[in-house]
Structures are given as C-alpha cells and as structure tokens.
Design a protein around this ligand. Structure first.
Ligand code: GLU
Length: 478
C-alpha cells in the first residue's frame, strides 16, 4: 500500500514553527517510504481566515524545499484540496452518517443549550434531539428550522487506538460529547472534515499536533460507523518556549518568517526544526534535507515537548553561514548590510570575508560593522586606564612611524601591509600585539572589530586609512 501523508494547515496567518515541523515530518515520512505528500487547505472556519495566508503557506513550503505531490495546485484525482470547495461532500457524508446511526440532526436553540450548563459550567449536550422521530425531523427540516448535525457517541464503553508515538490511547465514551459535525451555516467542523477528507484522500498516516490526540477516538468512531479503515496516527508533542510554556504565536518570534527576518538561513531553520522532537539514531545535528529524508524514523520522535533553544539554533545557523561563498553571503546578507550605518560605503565582498566566520545570524551584521561609520578617533581612555598594558607614548611613536609608510604605498594587500607592520615591529623592538592593536584602534576607535589592523586598512582604503591614522595621532597627542 502506498504511504500517503498530508499537511492540513488552516490559513490563519504566518506559519508557526510548530506547523512547519508537522509539515516537515509528514513530508519526510512520506518520502522516506516512497509515498505521497498531500497539501490540503482547511479553511472552513471563516472567522479565523486571514487574507493572504494561503500564499504564505505556499511560499513557506517552497522556500523550505518541501514539495507536495498533490494539493490545490497539483491535482492527484482526489480533490478539491480546499475544504471550502468540498461543502457538498461533507453534507452528503453527514447525511449518510445519520442514516447509519452515527449522527443526528439537532434543532436546539441557544437558549436551551445555555440551560444545559451544569454546576461546573460545562455544557455537555444531553442527546435531546435523538428523541425526535424521523417524521418530526423531516417536518422541522421542511419548515426550515435551523439545525446542526451532531455525532452520536455511545454512552458506554471505551474507545481506543494505538498512536505511533504515544502508544495506547483509551478514552471512555462517556467522557466525550456529541460534538457538532455540520454547523448551522452548512460548513463542517474540523472534527468531521478531517475524517471525511483523510478517508477520501486515501491518507494512510495522519501526522498532526498533539492537541488532537484525545479527540482521535471520536474520529475513529466515525471511521468505524462508515465501515472505513482507520488511518495510522502520529501525534507530535509541542514545541516549548521553556520547561512550562508552549511556544505560542502570541509570544511572537515563533513564525518561519520571524526567523528569516532575524537572518537565519532556510536550510538551518529546516534542520533545527527537524530536531525539535526528533533525533536520528546517530544523534547527528547538521543535516541537509536529503539526509533528513534518509534518516527520518518515527522511533526517534520523543513524547515530551522540546524546547526551542535559540542559542543552539544560532550555533547551527553559524555552521551553515561558514559554508557560504563570499558571493552567496553577499546575496543573502544584502538586506542586513543595507540596515547598517556602513550601507553602500564598503566593498561587501571584503566585508563578507570578515563576517562569514564571525556572525551567527545575519542580523548580527549591522552591529558588527556600524563601527566603521562611528569613528570618532582614538579611545584615549584606553591609555589613561592604568590597568591595561597600553602605553600612550609608545602608541604615538608607532603611529608616527606607520603613517608615512601607509602614505607611501598603494598596495593595501594583506601581505604588503603585514610586511610594513613587521618592519616597524622589528625596527622599534615593539611587542607585536601592541603594534597591531594600536593601528587597529587608530583606524576604528572600536575595541572589537571583525578582523585585524590590515583587514581594516584594506576595507577602508588608503585615503580613509591615512586620514584616520592622522586624526588618531593628533587626538592622542592632544
Ligand atoms: N487545520 C488543522 C490545524 O491547522 C490541521 C490539523 C490536522 O493536521 O489534522 O490545526
């Protein structure tokens, strides 16, 4: 039997990383088993619908490198793949379920439903409309009384199934409510649509968030009533912000787009998300999509929630950044260069060379290069602070020797500048570190820079290098 999994997002806004992980696992599981991965848009809840959210779903999948085999834009013969276009199908099957005794029409109005609240405030429907005769039902339908269709759940017994991640799940039928399957507007609820669609779309493995773990017995009761084969279920534990809180949309920063904005690279995001709740048997950490596909195995899925550790995610991202060529880095980093004070003023490729080993996420870039434009001269305090080993007089001496040499040459290559500085060190008998630091500080005024004295001089170019050295010399002397 061909394995078929599906991703069934509701178009409610940006793609939360939890949803993206569900999507990824569905994709990996299908591909690992030479199966098909289906995209279905669950848009029956009109109130939660957000304009543009369907495009976000497509774009996210595309960017992440997750390719669906079937979906609204790729017909596989079991469509439509958008739930709002399947309204008639749900109604047809709901009626069938009524005939089979698995559901019934309910005409109770709000007032009656409100009156059902028990002492604890829980309103469990009391099967009132089950008592209507078929004639009464027909009469009400004919006279246009608003109705919903409810599931008829047995009052005794236990419903159970074996979840591929969580094992045996058993829920007493008495704990479940006769939930609404078709709403008064004729639209199905998730509770009904997921069953009908997963069956009609021949889904073999339902992979979704854990919030559906305990309602799945209800769905199975419907499969059984219809005489349909139940799918296998794989419910996934939540992604956590910390030990006790789920990573929620409200908390922000939890969407795929947020991570892109922060300057994470797509393969790093996908890689990290894959590891949130799953680990390969050899505990590898850096994995490409092809490697994930090859290694994915439900045995590695954990039952407990996993904490999204941004420090770890940044580290992983830095590993991907280190593999970029300078050109690739420039292309990806452009928006971040543009945000810095140094925007447009330096050779981005030269900056790339300095930054590739030094940034974890691309949004680190502005803070790493802003100093280039914040130059205000030598940090005098550094020399007046007795604790450090810098000597102001020696710094003056070094700069006085350095300036004419930097003025005379036009070759600002690393090798040439190194040779010039080495000469100054030898002739003056200075300590190496002292000379490099003096020049670097004179050029940047910053204690931390991505790269040393020669790299800074190369970046700034001759004219600006000499101007800054002179400025710092005067400043130090003054
Ligand atoms: N539309 C549901 C959601 O976004 C899908 C759940 C499922 O995969 O069945 O939560």
């Amino acid at each position: 039997m061909e394995v078929r999994t599906r991703f069934a997002p509701s178009p409610t806004g940006f793609m939360h990383v939890g949803n993206l992980r569900t999507c990824l696992y569905g994709y990996l599981f299908a591909k690992k088993n030479n199966g098909k991965f289906i995209l279905r848009i669950e848009d029956t809840d009109q109130e939660r619908y957000v304009e543009g959210a369907v495009e976000i779903i497509y774009n996210t999948l595309k960017k992440a490198g997750i390719e669906h085999d079937e979906g609204p834009d790729k017909d596989g013969g079991v469509g439509p793949y958008i739930q709002s276009e399947r309204k008639a199908i749900y109604l047809e099957y709901a009626k069938k379920l009524v005939e089979l005794g698995g559901a019934y029409y309910c005409f109770c109005d709000k007032e009656r439903l409100d009156s059902l609240a028990g002492e604890n405030g829980i309103k469990k429907y009391d099967k009132h409309c089950m008592n209507l005769t078929p004639e009464q039902v027909q009469q009400k339908l004919a006279s246009g009384v608003p109705y919903v269709i409810r599931q008829n759940i047995p009052q005794d017994g236990v419903s159970s199934y074996n979840d591929m991640v969580f094992g045996e799940i058993a829920v007493p039928n008495a704990d479940m409510e006769d939930g609404i399957l078709i709403k008064s507007d004729g639209m199905p609820t998730y509770n009904f649509a997921n069953v009908v669609d997963d069956h009609l779309m021949n889904i073999t493995h339902v992979i979704r968030g854990m919030e559906y773990l305990s309602s799945t017995p209800k769905y199975n009761l419907m499969y059984d009533k219809f005489g349909w084969e139940r799918p296998q279920y794989m419910h996934l534990p939540p992604i956590m912000r910390d030990a006790t809180h789920k990573l929620s949309k409200r908390h922000g920063d939890a969407n795929f787009e947020d991570f892109l904005e922060k300057g994470y690279l797509v393969p790093a995001i996908v890689n990290y998300i894959a590891l949130l709740g799953w680990a390969p048997s050899d505990n590898r950490e850096k994995m490409s999509m092809a490697e994930l596909m090859d290694a994915f195995d439900i045995k590695g899925i954990s039952k407990s929630g996993s904490i999204l550790d941004e420090a770890k995610m940044k580290w992983l991202n830095s590993q991907y950044i280190k593999e970029l060529s300078e050109d690739e880095f420039v292309a990806l980093a452009k928006p971040f260069f543009e945000k810095s004070k140094a925007a447009g003023k330096y050779d981005y490729k030269k900056l790339a060379k300095l930054l590739i080993p030094r940034v974890e996420i691309l949004s680190d870039i502005p803070s790493k290069i802003d100093f280039l434009e914040e130059f205000e001269g030598y940090d005098k305090e550094l020399y007046e602070n007795k604790k450090n080993k810098m000597d102001k007089q020696i710094a003056v001496e070094i700069l006085e020797k350095c300036i004419p040499k930097f003025e005379q040459t036009d070759d600002y290559s690393e090798e040439n500048l190194q040779a010039i500085i080495s000469e100054i060190i030898e002739q003056g008998g200075y300590k190496k570190g002292q000379v490099f630091l003096t020049i670097r500080l004179a050029l940047t005024g910053a204690q931390m820079t991505p790269g040393g004295a020669t790299e800074m001089a190369d970046l700034l170019g001759k004219q600006e290098t000499v101007r800054r050295l002179k400025y710092s010399l005067e400043y130090l002397k003054g």
